[in-house]
Write a protein that binds this ligand. Sequence first.
Ligand code: AGP
Length: 605
Amino acid sequence: MCGIVGVLGQHEVSPIILDALKRLEYRGYDSAGIATVNKGRLDRRRAVGKLIHLSDMLVHQPLPGRSGIGHTRWATHGGPSVANAHPHQVGRVAVVHNGIIENFRALREELAADGAVFTSQTDTETIVQLASQYLDQGMMPVQAARATLRRLDGAFALAFLFEGEEDMIICARRGSPLCIGHGEGEMYLGSDAIALAEMTNRITYLEEGDWAIVTRSGVQIFDADDRQTARPVTQINAAQARVDKSGHRHFMAKEMAEQPAVLQSAMGFYSGLDHGGVDLPAGLDFARADRLIMVACGTAYYACQVAKYWFEQFAGLPVELDIASEFRYREPVLGPQNMALFVSQSGETADTLAALRHVRPHVAQVVAVVNVPTSSIAREADLVLPIHAGPEIGVASTKAFTAQLQVLALLALRAGLERGRLGWEDYLARLGELRAAPGFVAQALDREDEIRRMTEMLAKARDVLFLGRGVMYPLALEGALKLKEISYIHAEAYAAGELKHGPIALIDKDLPVIVFAPHDALFEKTVSNMHEVMARQGRVLLISDAAGLAEAGEVPYSLQMPTVPDLIAPIVYAVPAQLIAYHTALHRGTDVDQPRNLAKSVTVE
Ligand code: AGP
């Protein structure tokens, strides 16, 4: 996904827009650019790579003006280049865009046939070519923008800036988030409230299909049918929008360290005030559900994979699980008593949102577990359970994963209670185990120095294998993903019992094998798989607790975790998975917070 910003200011806007873009850089960092109107004249600066390159350019080639739009890009159509960087400008109009124009090829052919000369490979350029053509036909800017929006199919959040218009930005939301910020004699727009937090905490979230005319005196909002409408101005919590590293070297380090506090506060949010249980949104109906469908992507999907064990174990509720990009294309069988649950940190992942829209008409209830309650997925669900993790900026998801697990565990326990599979005392005992998770996570974080030393051997590896059984299998998957996405080392995860069915052929003295195995009911089986690896000189790192390490005997590398109840083991063992990836990446000198080719949330399918 990309980040877009707009400012109608009382001062020079380039530095303000640059700062806002820095707060959106986690959304994409392949290129960046700003356009302004100064004394009626439209001009722009664009640079490939991270924002620092645009910042350097602005020092040598200042861009004056008190009205402007800006963009930071995660490349979809057309690689990272100046020609493909936003803002795109044709004649008297410039545009910044987040999303995908699905019909851009047909539009491009039509416009080229009318003589338009394209200078980029992007879908976005068709937007500005269209608007420019409408201006040339004599339309006024608002009409040209409206006519352009009518021709676009796909998902987008975009902003137009016009030559000669020093007090107007026209913007639109369809499938990608966009908010308006209210200042004192100034107005702003941004992909999310975080971008605008330094300028204002008074935010209006545009709804799906809205478009708006923004001027310094305020905003006129029109719905998809062009009816003028009003959207509320909300006051966001400044702390929520605070995004700094708080003294840590990386956002990822900060967010890993925040996990005990995040889990503590989220548990507090859901803890019942008048009883030992928890207060979940009214209307959750597990008793009538005949099946739970869980859909997500990446790390959020692995959280669902852990939760599948919990829902089936504690609630006897059959669970169907799928990655969002596969789910709706296999024509899943849906039923009127099904409950569908979507998990997403950003709440904007296009694959997950598309899957939600696919099931909506066919199931009893759509529930969303998200970190952004104002996100598209949250808005389109029947019930929303925020994970209260605070802004997660590091591209590699950490605190959101453990917070997702905590909320999913609460749901699974509640389902068990409602379906008569868990007695009240047992339910309270499990909740007590969950309440102890923050302390155990803090203990796991205390092993960081030992992990840092251990990862020196990993940093030189070409491939790494992760193994686990039961709920530790999705943890192995998560560990492999973390390592891949920030250290760029190829890593795979297998159910430990599956190794002998082929992958064991990979084992040799050069292959590190990381085994997640708390001393639970599956420990012995996992350790026997581990011994199969060691018999073939595999370099094993066993992550277990005191009892497990004592029973496992001599292993090349071991890491001791606190002894924890089975229920919270996935939450606690997520910490070594995260720290192993983090320190391996540091050894390799890769960009931990903004790994190559990635963006924090993928809002294109
Ligand atoms: C996780 O570390 C990755 N950055 C990625 O797999 C992520 O979990 C996935 O894109 C889903 O994002 P979401 O939770 O915002 O939907």
